[in-house]
Design a binder for this molecule. Structure first.
Ligand code: TXA
Ligand code: MG
Length: 318
């Protein structure tokens, strides 16, 4: 069922059931982060391998104390500037965090979502929420309540509808658990803004399918269910039958591809606007019977363009 009843959402969560919740990044598949049965249900419904840890969601940093060790110096300037918002911190955990949630690691990922409905929900609950993106493992994340209903509607009792997600990309993940901060996942908060706040460049962990620090950052992810060609249009356009092709571009239309099969993410050239529309574009193109392949151009490598390219690159890996 889809609705906007916060009380009903709260009741389901309190009895251990799962509820899809809106956040500013993407919809989350939420359950009680301290209840092993709820956590097991998240892994089951999402068909997620148990080695891939979940993010704990809180209303504010005041609630962190039982779950994380001493907060590192870099935490507070970032928290004050960007939270609530699209940023996830990896920190040393305390024993109160269930092993199932962290996949047995010594660290835990925590985040403070900005969407008013999820904030109100978190404030009304006596426990934090574990919430991966509300899609089947390896698929495109949902940015509207209907996207969740398409994939998980039969399996969860309630989807809290908060409208379309304003950011449209998952949170940026920064690892503060060791000496130097490191970016584990590019996401809804541009790396430039983080570097600005800390006053120095931040290292980026390279993606790999065997990287134990970010088990979920597999090189093949975000699959729209169709082959996707990502990169320079001049190189890729000659490879496709344009009548059978769907396209994702930043601000330009492409000759020869039917208009209904083109998604121009921001005609005025705004990367934030492009990010908001990316996952909906992938889903809607994959749903068109005429489309057999998706062609996506490389976006400018700056601001949210980096995270857009990251998602498209991984959607193109088969
Ligand atoms: O924007 C978001 O972060 C969304 C919304 C719902 O909050 N959530 C989300 O969760 O994207 P999920 O589970 O789809 O992705 C979480 C990522 C995974 O790749 C996981 O491997 C990584 O966070 N992660 C979680 N705990 C970690 C840890 N202790 N160390 C390193 N990576 C961790
Ligand atoms: Mg995900």
């Amino acid at each position: 069922m889809i609705g906007t009843d916060l009380n009903l959402a709260r009741k389901h969560l309190e009895r251990g059931a799962l509820v899809a919740i809106p956040t500013e990044t993407v919809y989350g598949l939420a359950g009680n982060a301290l209840n092993p049965e709820s956590l097991a249900e998240i892994f089951r419904v999402k068909e997620r391998p148990s080695f891939d840890p979940l993010i704990m969601h809180f209303a504010s940093a005041d609630e962190l104390c039982p779950f994380v060790q001493v907060l590192p110096e870099a935490f507070w300037p970032l928290y004050r500037r960007f939270c609530p918002g699209p940023l996830t911190f990896v920190l040393q955990k305390k024993p109160a965090v269930p092993d199932l949630l962290t996949a047995g690691q010594a660290t835990v990922a925590v985040r403070f979502p900005a969407h008013p409905l999820s904030r109100e929900l978190l404030q009304s609950l006596a426990f934090p929420l574990a919430a991966p993106s509300a899609n089947k493992f390896g698929r495109v994340s949902p940015v509207r309540a209907e996207h969740v209903a398409d994939q998980l509607g039969e399996e969860i009792p309630y989807i809290l509808d908060g409208g379309p997600c304003s950011v449209g990309l998952e949170s940026t993940i920064i690892d503060l658990s060791e000496g130097q901060p490191e970016i584990l996942r590019l996401g809804g908060l541009p790396i430039e803004e983080l570097e600005n706040a800390l006053g120095h460049p931040i290292r980026r962990k390279p993606h790999s399918s065997s990287n134990p620090k970010a088990p979920g950052m597999l090189s093949a992810h975000y699959s729209p269910g169709l082959p996707l060609l990502f990169g320079h249009l001049a190189e890729n356009l000659p490879k496709v039958n344009r009548r059978r092709c769907g396209s994702i571009t930043f601000c330009q239309a492409l000759p020869g591809i039917p208009q209904a099969q083109q998604r121009i993410l921001s005609p005025r050239g705004d990367l934030n606007e492009a990010a908001t529309g990316l996952f909906t574009a992938l889903r809607s193109l994959a749903a068109l019977p005429a489309v057999e392949v998706i062609l996506a151009e490389a976006f400018p490598e700056e601001g949210l363009g980096r995270a857009i390219n990251d998602r498209l690159r991984r959607a193109s890996v088969r």
